[in-house]
Design a protein. Sequence first.
Length: 163
Amino acid sequence: MPHNVYGKIIDLITRAAALARTVGIENLLQPGLVKEIIIADALGHEVISAKRGADARDPGDHSILYEYLSCKEGGTGQLDRMFKAPREKRAASLDRIRRNHKIYFAIFYKANQTKIKTIYELDPPAVETEANRQLDKSRNTISHVGFSEAWAKRNGKIVHGKP
């Protein structure tokens, strides 16, 4: 019985991937990309599907870049592989924050992770300050920097959905 459903799922994914290619998205199954598309659609942004660089940009001005963090309810949004040291790698890690006009943190419903509950808009300096705080106390050279919804509530503003 599940194989009938699997075939339908595969067909839908195949059709979605073909549609994605028409707008320059070559690998729809790239980790995190589907959620980035959902966030960009909610905010009116244009997804950047390249693995390196920002997640999205303003459709009217491609120099305005955005980074997306996301998690399900009760989770944390993460910036992966942030360097504490050496100094030049740390600076490059922090540039992943600084290059953006805004950073958006999307909370997805735990019971339906294709639906956004809330999106917080964060200013890059606030995110950078928190990233530096976490990197300074980390014992590892390379760390994941995490942001909770409580932190986002204190440091950002809701731009989509409900608290």
